[in-house]
Ligand binder design. Structure first.
Ligand code: BTN
Length: 259
């Protein structure tokens, strides 16, 4: 069974125009695409790699990107959006990935606020949105959505650092699954990330949410506070109740959640 990332194969399954370039190895698809964006690349430019040597996630954490098993993809968009609402892009992209995985594998993944996708409690995808802000309008000049999906378990298994928390979408190699997933994610990005004002993705984001009613630790500036996750509001903030019964609406910016 063959599943080699390839522009032609991805394009066969696209509903929309995207300008895709696939690399066998790259430092980071986000870093590469940022450079293109600074040089006025068109929206819908997409960089995909079979492996990354400097893949990174939120808070500059390393994103392990082994070869032949994942999708490491960055998509350039020019949304009409205030930069302070960037979480909406991440949330819409999470819905896009969740639904792409379901439509190609029938597997129901869940979204762990704000940017992780889990399958049976294991992380199978992380999303990192970065961008440039126009100083006059405070809106995005451009935004890049970086998506890393563990489609298969890597040849030498997941690195020991992440072995207990990482999972894969599929146990077996399936003909062109990575190519089809790339295309379906892009189709769904057109649907959700480019129609943010219609907000249909918010109810889906809430529906797919993993954290509701779970015991969590809120990590802020390195310190951890236990709480219960309550709900996600229409601005994609997470409502939590601390153990002293006080409640807070969390913005994603400087906060991460541990179970
Ligand atoms: C996270 O888990 O915090 C987000 C991870 C985002 C990883 C993707 S892989 C493609 C793109 N290139 C990167 O260097 N990061 C993103």
């Amino acid at each position: 069974m063959k599943d080699i990332l390839c522009e032609k194969e991805i394009s066969k399954h696209l509903n929309d125009e995207y300008n895709i370039k696939v690399f066998d190895e790259i430092d980071s698809t986000n870093i590469y695409l940022k450079q293109l964006a600074k040089n006025n690349a068109e929206p819908h430019t997409v960089i995909i790699a079979n492996t990354q040597t400097s893949g990174h996630g939120r808070f500059d954490r390393k994103f392990h990107s082994p070869k032949n098993s994942g999708i490491y993809m960055s998509v350039l968009l020019k949304p009409d959006l205030e930069a302070e609402k960037s979480v909406l892009l991440t949330a819409a992209a999470a819905v896009a990935v969740n639904e792409a995985i379901f439509s190609l594998t029938g597997k129901k993944t869940e979204i762990k606020w704000v940017n992780d996708i889990l399958l049976e409690g294991k992380k199978v995808c992380g999303i990192l949105t970065e961008g440039a802000i126009n100083p006059k309008t405070l809106k995005f000049d451009w935004a890049i959505i970086g998506i890393g999906v563990n489609v298969y378990t890597p040849e030498n298994d997941f690195n020991s650092e992440i072995k207990n928390i990482a999972g894969a979408v599929s146990e077996k190699t399936q003909e062109n699954l990575r190519n089809k997933l790339c295309a379906e994610i892009l189709n769904n990005i057109s649907l959700y990330c480019e129609n943010l004002q219609n907000k249909s993705f918010i109810s889906k984001y809430k529906e797919y949410s993993y954290l509701k009613d779970k015991r969590i630790n809120v990590i802020r500036n390195g310190s951890s506070t236990p709480a219960t996750a309550l709900f996600i509001d229409d601005e994609c903030r997470l409502a939590v109740r601390y153990d002293d019964e006080t409640e807070e609406l969390l913005n994603s910016g400087e906060i991460s959640i541990k179970l």
